[in-house]
Design a protein around this ligand. Structure first.
Ligand SMILES: Nc1ncnc2c1ncn2[C@@H]1O[C@H](COP(=O)(O)OP(=O)(O)OP(=O)(O)O)[C@@H](O)[C@H]1O
Ligand SMILES: [Mg+2]
Length: 244
């Protein structure tokens, strides 16, 4: 099976505002793609369409060569998704939530315990497994979100600001985890931290005003803009604003 994601001409309108305006890109096994862009650029909306949580008004998504719209169950089984914000089901304990997520993902009971234990260990959730999700701190809620996204070892992992709200050592741990998982997956993440892109991504996709402005390696982007990712980001965003 090919580990890949293909998005073609994605469009989303809210009322008469076009918030995603013809975004296309592809990624394959080993790619870690960082979505960068100002607030309101359309990153979350694009990610929600890539995961099948939001139906595009136009365009298509293929997950491992399976069409997300005609075969949603098959395609979605290969996706792990960390949405923006906190996980749902705040009245469940962390352990119950992870078991529930595994059951929904149809992981066999014998395998489920092993995978839940593994993810608790990897994301360092041991101290909170019996706490209700609602009562966790922001960073721990984020960690639970990451745990549910990787529980079934998906080929395609889409994470909306995975390190938002984490303490510095957890940020480092999560970046390390992303690097470890990258080899046999496609990972797409959004972030507002430029150094994070340099630390984990081999591709940078800059989105502004619902459009994809660039899709390059961090090295190429930096080289093209005075050896600085900051300069690259600011120049590209300014260019987009000048055009609109
Ligand atoms: N359900 C909705 N109804 C109406 N407008 C929406 C809805 N969801 C998003 N938008 C609008 O779509 C645009 C893109 O939002 P989106 O959340 O995709 O941006 P983003 O790039 O993820 O921003 P941030 O960096 O702040 O997370 C924004 O103008 C937002 O207000
Ligand atoms: Mg967002």
């Amino acid at each position: 099976m090919t580990v890949s994601i293909n998005a073609k001409d994605l469009v989303k309108n809210y009322g008469n505002i076009r918030v995603v305006d013809g975004i296309s890109f592809s990624a394959g096994r080993g790619d870690v793609v960082g979505f960068l862009g100002p607030n309101g650029a359309g990153k979350t909306t694009t990610m929600r369409m890539l995961t099948g949580f939001l139906l595009p008004d136009a365009g298509s998504v293929d997950i491992c060569e399976i069409n997300l719209h005609t075969k949603p169950q098959d395609a979605k089984s290969r996706i792990g998704y960390l949405p923006e914000g906190a996980p749902l089901y705040g009245d469940m304990t962390v352990l119950d939530f992870l078991r529930y997520t595994g059951a929904v993902r149809k992981i066999r009971a014998s395998q489920l315990k092993i995978q839940v234990d593994d993810v608790i260990n990897r994301i360092q959730l041991d101290s909170v497994v019996d706490k209700r999700i609602d009562n966790l701190s922001k960073g721990y809620k984020r960690r639970v979100g990451i745990a549910q996204a990787i529980l079934h070892d998906p080929e395609i992992l889409i994470m909306d600001e995975p390190t938002d709200g984490l303490d510095p050592s957890q940020k480092i741990e999560v970046r390390q985890l992303i690097r470890e998982m990258a080899a046999d997956k496609v990972i797409i993440l959004s972030t507002h931290i430029l150094e994070e892109v340099e630390a984990v991504c081999n591709r940078v996709v800059i989105i502004a005003g619902g459009k994809l402005l660039t899709d390059k390696s961090p090295g190429e982007l930096i080289q093209d803009h005075q050896n600085s990712l900051e300069v690259a980001f600011l120049e590209l965003i300014k260019g987009q604003q000048a055009r609109t």
